[in-house]
Design a protein around this ligand. Structure first.
Ligand code: GAP
Length: 457
């Protein structure tokens, strides 16, 4: 793990973003739990994505389908066959498994080195391992009760294509969005929360006329890139990679991966796929139900093509954290001598920062200040995710809130007791302004909406 990665992982645990799952038992299979700050940040990302799709675009409706579905869904979608499998080699000596791309020959990129990177043992030929997680429904564990935890959320959308058409009176082109858990029995989970076995996906399936799929593919790719930039990811840390045919997902006739420059290299954070009529035609064939679309005006009947945008909540959260993480040797304060300490600043976009406002009494041994600070906290709490903190010197507390990316800090000082004003500190500029307690809620609401919603497109 790189030094920077280690620091981010450590910050995540220290400040309540992410903990290893089942830690008292030594952790469990690359699963992670999101702590009090992690869950707020995750919720903010999901809200930003949902708003982006359903409020700032036309003709998109939401769905929340069950995780458990008929195993026939996965048969028809191609996930039970070789299409959804990782190729792996195994060391004959220590029995560790590797993806061929992890053990590439140092000079020949199309060849594996043939040697185990852990113990130098001989490696087997590559074999396919299916990634679907099995489970049983009902009391008897046999073939008849076998099903799978969904490996992608979008299959629930295809299952409800007709229901949505009939109940919502939507017309092609239209989109259906869903956010939910997906599971993959990844053989080589790695890089903290980058590749895990249980994760959440935010997927949008855009049903359109086959002739318009290319146009919408470009449109959605562009929109998705803008979304990341709007939430603070620098243009130079994003790139699009056209995936060649032999590396594409089995359902995709075109695939562009949006990649982010993580500390461990450029990696996919989102996939844009032209799934053509792969899903609807296969589900029609396997179920016997005609899932073609009928255009009343033109009398044309056809399988719509699907343009998909698919991103993992954890993976995007990880990218936002990496982008926001900054270290300032000696600290940012220019008014005092630089200390030897390195200060950490998490410059998260205000919309996704987990805690929006921190309320701090200047000192905690003055009951009047503490009482007033708690009153201010109670005024703000119904409106914003806030934190009250009285432990340690005011400088230390400022540093703690910078470390969790909290955009605003309110300090209750002796003037507050005289004139009911507080200082409001901006995380990024460290500028302080004096604000009336009575104006706080409106002012902070305004500042939060400063991060303007995207215009309709
Ligand atoms: N429905 C299309 C689909 O699932 P994918 O490229 O397999 O496409 C889309 O996955 C996104 O889901 C990825 O770009 C990534 O953000 C996230 N994702 C996939 N597997 C993941 C894993 N094991 N851990 C975390 N996120 C994952």
């Amino acid at each position: 793990m790189s030094n920077l990665m280690e620091k981010i992982v450590s910050l995540c645990k220290r400040r309540g973003f992410i903990y290893p799952s089942s830690e008292v038992y030594g952790g469990f299979g690359s699963c992670y739990d999101f702590g009090p700050l992690g869950v707020e940040m995750k919720n903010n990302i999901k809200k930003a994505w949902w708003n982006e799709m359903t409020k700032f675009h036309e003709n998109i409706v939401g769905l929340d389908a069950a995780i458990l579905m008929s195993p026939k869904v996965w048969q028809a979608s191609g996930h039970l066959t070789a299409g959804f499998a990782d190729e792996l080699v195994e060391c004959k000596k220590c029995h560790k498994r590797f993806r061929p791309d992890e053990i590439q020959h140092p000079r020949l990129s199309n060849l594996t080195s043939g040697v185990c990177p852990e113990c130098g043992g001989e490696l087997t030929k590559p074999r396919k391992f299916n990634l679907m997680m099995k489970t049983f429904v009902g009391p008897v564990e046999d073939e008849a009760s076998l099903t799978y935890l969904r490996a992608e959320t979008c299959q629930g959308i295809y299952m409800n294509f007709e229901n949505v058409l009939n109940s919502m009176r939507v017309k092609i082109p239209f989109g259906v969005v869903q956010i939910g858990k997906a599971f993959r029995n990844e053989i080589t989970p790695k890089d903290f929360i980058f590749r895990i076995r249980e994760f959440e996906q935010m997927e949008m399936e855009w049903f359109c006329h086959p002739k318009e799929a290319d146009k919408y593919f470009d449109y959605w790719l562009n929109e998705r890139l803008k979304w990341y930039e709007n939430l603070g990811i620098k243009k130079e840390n994003l790139r699009q990679v056209e995936v060649p045919e032999k590396e594409r997902a089995h359902y995709a006739s075109r695939q562009i991966d949006i990649e982010y420059k993580f500390p461990f290299g450029w990696k996919e954070i989102e996939g844009i796929h032209n799934r053509g009529d792969w899903d609807l035609s296969n589900h029609s064939k396997h179920s016997g139900k005609d899932l073609k679309y009928f255009n009343e005006e033109t009398k044309e009947k056809y399988f719509p093509y699907i343009v998909e945008t698919s991103v993992g909540v954890e993976r995007s959260l990880f990218a936002f954290l990496c982008e926001a993480y900054q270290e300032i040797p000696g600290g940012r304060t220019k008014t005092t001598k630089p200390t030897k300490e390195v200060e950490i600043l998490l410059k998260l976009d205000k919309k996704i920062a987990p805690i929006k406002v921190a309320v701090l009494p200047l000192v905690r041994n003055k009951p009047g200040l503490v009482k007033k600070a708690k009153e201010v906290y109670q005024i703000l709490k119904p409106h914003f995710v806030c934190q009250y903190d009285e432990l340690g010197s005011i400088g230390r507390r400022y540093r703690r809130v910078d470390e969790i990316g909290c955009p605003w800090v309110l300090t209750i000082d002796f003037d507050t007791l005289k004139d009911n004003t507080v200082t409001l500190r901006d995380r990024d500029t460290m500028a302080q302004e004096r604000v009336k307690i009575a104006d706080l809620v409106e002012l902070l609401k305004e500042k939060l909406s400063e991060a303007k919603p995207r215009p309709l497109s």
